[in-house]
Ligand binder design. Structure first.
Ligand code: HBI
Ligand code: FE
Length: 258
């Protein structure tokens, strides 16, 4: 699709330093916050602070575990391309790293977000089956911005900002949190608002990209996440029937689905 490759020998001293600083800064917050499945996957893909991952090595591990592969993309890509890649077990990943002066925040997802925070959990079969099934639903409605917004909300509150409250207690699996120092701590504290995972309410309310989330949703297991695919399709169809003609900026709209 994009036919790009990771050009490993082009990484600079600054790139290696940025990777190392971000890795060490994040990792020290992980022991009792990151999800068990994430930490297990991190070991499996063998990401370390002193080495920017080689995509072909990561791809060998993913191929052997869940059959997924990393697909190099230049940055944010259109929803159609994004969901098409996910539907064939390809995870879109950038290969460039933010600059030192962008260490704390950057507009677009860089390789640290796409690879360090997103990839380890691609070793979890229920999680990737959820991701692939969600993308297939999106492709069925790819020309309907309202439907894509609702699916995008489910993606946001699971893949990006999801929490899991399972056997190991309350932990983080969402990559948007795991790649952010502040939110990794904030989301588990008392003042953070947390609800049990609920597809309908996730779809009903808008979300904000440039601040800590005003709410988080907790699954009990990745099986529950994959098991919610039919419910996602159900509430999406309810929304499409209830709001047959939606126009304007749907990202800023709240809906009532029942
Ligand atoms: N493109 N490369 C990339 N990475 C993303 O996470 C991404 C994207 N395009 C669209 C998108 N995410 C969101 O709109 C998802 O909700 C689909
Ligand atoms: Fe992401």
């Amino acid at each position: 699709m994009y036919d790009l490759k990771q050009e490993y020998d082009k990484y600079t001293e600054e790139d290696f330093l940025v990777w190392k600083l971000l890795y060490e800064r994040q990792f020290k917050n992980y022991p009792n916050r990151a999800a068990y499945s994430f930490l297990k996957g991190l070991k499996k893909v063998n990401f370390v602070a002193d080495r920017i991952p080689h995509f072909e090595e990561t791809n060998e591990v993913l191929k052997a575990t869940t059959g997924w592969q990393l697909e190099v993309v230049p940055g944010l890509i259109p929803d159609k391309d994004f969901f098409e890649l996910l539907s064939v077990k390809k995870f879109p990943a950038t290969t460039w790293l933010r600059k030192m002066e962008e260490l704390d925040y950057l507009e677009e997802p860089d390789m640290f977000h796409d690879v360090f925070a997103h990839v380890p959990i691609l070793t979890n079969q229920f999680f990737v089956d959820f991701l692939q099934s969600l993308s297939k639903i999106a492709l069925k409605h790819i020309n309907n911005p309202f439907a894509i917004e609702l699916i995008g909300r489910v993606y946001w509150f699971t893949v990006e900002f999801g929490l899991i409250d399972g056997k190991q207690g309350l932990r983080i699996y969402g990559a948007g949190i795991l790649s952010s120092t502040g939110e990794t701590v904030f989301c588990l504290e008392d003042q953070a608002v947390r609800y049990p995972y609920d597809v309908k309410t996730i779809m009903e309310k808008q979300y904000y990209k440039h601040a800590f989330q005003d709410r988080y949703y907790m699954i009990e297991s990745y099986a529950q996440l994959f098991g919610s695919i039919d419910e996602i399709e159900h509430w999406l169809n309810v929304a499409l029937l209830k709001y047959p003609t939606v126009s304007g900026d749907v990202t800023k709209m709240d809906f009532k689905l029942d």
